[in-house]
Design a protein around this ligand. Structure first.
Ligand code: SF4
Length: 436
């Protein structure tokens, strides 16, 4: 069975879902049901509100921070390529996937709600982009199609991976935007702000965790075979301790730390049928046992249908076909099982997904709070010197063009570039996640 045929099955499943909804009288009214929240507006220019990403920018490069921070110029590129907004669409979908189980005894991910939210987010984002910058170029349309396909497959795969893990938790809340005063600065109005993707209770220990999703280019570095550097960067950063502190200001029962869930941005490989029967067991397969089982079941249902069993073949018949598919894929499944996953307590992962709890001790939380206060004081100081700090992070800096102007001695043209290619910042958190 080719990838094309499997895509056909996925599309067919979607059509059937819509037909069921229509039959129920619900008519395909998904779009009006999902209200996209506007981007979190940033505070007005000059407000003394410190965001963790702003603090990270400040520590990384004062010049970039000076152009982007709402404490200073508050600028962003006027137009960003649509696929770069992928992380936000996935976050939105994950939020909608978990909203329905808030307060329930056990966390459950509603894939259907997540997929509908993802598609709607992309559709509305395209509308906004067209309204802002005109019709899409062909390459942009192609990128959007790729992004849609990737997101749908990632969410389906995530649902399979997360199912057993979610049983360990109860969801107390999903996306929550907070703003808390920084101690000692109440009179100055200096506040710390951020967003929790969720708040969880570990059913075994009763401990609370902040849930934080991150999309990542890779989970494991292909170069070293170790955890990818973008993930290590997140884990070394201050976010986990700063969020842990903030949770103590917001909730009666503060969190022990942050439970990170990383999602690698690649689609799972499909079973590759061999000419002489069975499926490829090549060591290069990039997939997971759960995904193979899911796809093999779809293939079994399709074969049962082709066998003349009707649109909804009896379960026993599908099961027979499924057993046969599993038997043919034994070698491939053994390859995938061999490189399954890290699993130690709450640390669970494979090359697609990784769950990592970062618990924080009181001295770590205090150290980060000290940092917030000290760096925050510098950030709000009008006398703070502005200078560039170049490094690997320049690769994804959105202000490379004006920065290069200064480097080449054309300072007089910087304002023209900022006027032409940048506009007022409209978001609070960066939409584009960094890739190392
Ligand atoms: S390109 Fe590098 S040095 Fe220049 S503003 Fe960006 S991060 Fe700073």
């Amino acid at each position: 069975m080719t990838n094309y045929t499997i895509q056909y099955i996925l599309d067919k499943e979607e059509r059937e879902r819509k037909a069921r909804l229509a039959a129920l009288g619900a008519v395909i009214a998904i779009a009006p049901i999902i209200q996209l929240e506007p981007h979190i507006p940033p505070p007005p220019l000059g407000s003394k509100v410190i965001h963790i990403t702003d603090l990270q920018d400040f520590c990384r490069c004062k010049r970039m921070w000076n152009w982007s921070s709402m404490l200073r110029r508050g600028l962003q590129p006027a137009v960003s390529p649509v696929p770069l907004f992928f992380g936000s669409a996935i976050h939105f979908a994950l939020d909608r996937g978990y909203r329905g189980c808030v307060g329930q005894p056990v966390a459950t991910f509603d894939l259907r709600a997540a997929l509908a939210a993802f598609k709607e987010w992309i559709a509305q984002h395209i509308q906004r982009t067209i309204a802002y910058s005109g019709p899409l170029w062909e390459f942009e349309s192609n990128q959007i199609e790729d992004v849609r396909r990737l997101g749908i497959l990632m969410l389906r795969h995530y649902a399979l991976w997360a199912r057993p893990l979610d049983k360990l938790f109860r969801i107390l809340g999903t996306e929550y935007k907070f703003k808390v005063p920084l101690p000692g600065f109440e009179d100055h109005g200096m506040e710390y702000a951020g967003r929790f993707d969720g708040y969880l209770e570990d059913l075994k220990t009763g401990e609370r965790f902040i849930l934080e999703f991150k999309t990542a280019k890779t989970i494991r570095s292909r170069r070293t075979g170790k955890t990818a550097s973008n993930i290590e960067g997140v884990l070394r950063g201050m976010q986990a301790a700063a969020y842990t502190w903030a949770s103590g200001q917001i909730y009666e029962e503060p969190a022990r730390g942050v439970l990170y869930r990383f999602l690698a941005k690649y689609e799972p490989g499909m079973p590759k049928p061999l000419a002489n029967g069975g499926y490829s067991r090549a060591k290069t397969i990039r997939s997971s046992v759960a995904w193979y089982q899911y796809v093999l079941r779809k293939i079994a249902a399709e074969k049962a249908f082709q066998n003349g069993e009707g649109e909804t073949p009896p379960k026993e018949v599908v099961n027979q076909f499924y057993e046969s598919e599993i038997a043919q894929a034994t070698g491939a499944l053994a390859v995938l099982r061999d490189r399954q996953t890290i699993q130690a307590g709450l640390v669970v992962g494979n090359e697609f997904f990784l769950q990592l709890p970062m618990t924080k001790k009181p001295n770590q939380v205090k150290g980060t709070l000290d940092c917030l206060l000290n760096e925050g004081r510098r950030m709000i100081s009008p006398g703070q010197a502005i200078y560039p700090t170049s490094g690997f992070h320049c690769n994804w800096c959105q202000f490379k063009a004006p920065c290069d102007m200064v480097a080449y001695g054309h300072e007089d043209q910087v304002d023209a570039i900022l006027d032409a290619a940048y506009g007022p910042r409209t978001y609070w958190e960066p939409e584009v996640q960094e890739e190392y």
